[in-house]
Structure formats: C-alpha cells, structure tokens
Design a protein around this ligand. Sequence first.
Ligand code: 5GP
Length: 191
Amino acid sequence: MHLLEQRIREEGVVKKGNVLKVDSFLNHRIDIRLLDAIGEEFHRLFSDAGVTKIVTIEASGISVAVMAARYFDVPVVFAKKSKTAQLDSDVYSARIHSFTHNNDYTAIISRKYLSSEDTVLVIDDFLANGEAVRGLREILREAGATLAGVGIVIEKGFQGGGDRLRAEGVHVESLALVDSMNAETGEISFR
Ligand code: 5GP
C-alpha cells in the first residue's frame, strides 16, 4: 500500500533492537483516514473468505480491526492480555512471548465470543517473529474456528514470522513489508 509506505518512510522512527515506532499515525495518535483506507484494503483482499469475525490482540490491534470490521460488517473480538497464567474454564487461552516488552503473557478470549461456526480474519498492527499470530491461531484451534487469513499493517519481513506462516499455507497479507531498517541512519526499505 503506497500511501502507508510513504507514511512509514516520512514518520517511522527506527529504534535499536529492530523496533519501528509509528506513534504519529498508528500506535499513539491514530490517523483515522489512513486507518479507514487500511480497513477497506483488508476487505478488498479478504472479501471472498467468508469472514464472520475479526480477531486481534489488545491494545494496538483493536483500532485496525475495528476499521476493517466496518467494511466486513462483522464483530471484532480482541484477546485480552493477562500477566498471570491462571486459567478459567470460560476462556480459551494461549501463552505468548511479547517481542516489544520481552516478557510472556496469556492471551484470553471468552468462549462466549468464539466458536466452531466462525471463520476468522486475524488482524494485527505488526508482524515480527509471529508469536502473537501463533498464539491467536492456538486459540482459534481450541475454539474449532476456521482461519480465513491474517491481515497485517506492517510486517518486518527480516524477522521471518510472515514467511513461516506462508510456508504453512496461511493466507497472509501485509500492507507494508519492511525488508530492512537501520537504527543508525533511520533508513527503511520495503520488499
Ligand atoms: P510478533 O509476535 O510477530 O513477534 O510481534 C508482533 C507483536 O509485537 C505485535 O502485536 C506488535 O504490537 C508488537 N511489535 C512487534 N514489532 C514491533 C515494532 O517494530 N513496532 C511496534 N510498534 N510493535 C511491534
């Protein structure tokens, strides 16, 4: 998505440790026109997939998921993060390692909001090593739900998570695919 790449080039800040900050339009201040265009693009890419629900993880996936859901006209369910691994029988859960915080958390979705009747589009802001998506897929499997595909705003291709999913046959669509980035020069290149 050209518009998105342009915004990343102009406003993205490359931090040490392979972290890209896009606080000016996605992760702190939210540009609703850009997010609306992103939502529309996800709909175009997955319109034939029979999506009944969009699933994401709090917090930063929610805004993207909601904007896309307007086009699909389906509900959004976001996995809640819990620091403890305590389990409740009313929830599906998966342990996930956080790339940005370097800790583990449990992602939880209530059994009330996901079932084997659902065909799910997983949406997130970033895809790096693929841990968040792996955890959400684990929850989908537990629920018996079907995975329609994975829609990502920014994939950092050099971390390999996206290619591993594609190799498994998962339909992954990333609207911007970063090939490399340099914390010293601030340079970002796209695939
Ligand atoms: P993964 O689980 O694929 O390793 O990482 C994806 C998750 O970590 C996303 O939910 C996202 O919130 C966060 N993340 C990973 N890399 C970045 C990054 O470079 N910038 C930001 N803002 N978040 C990231």
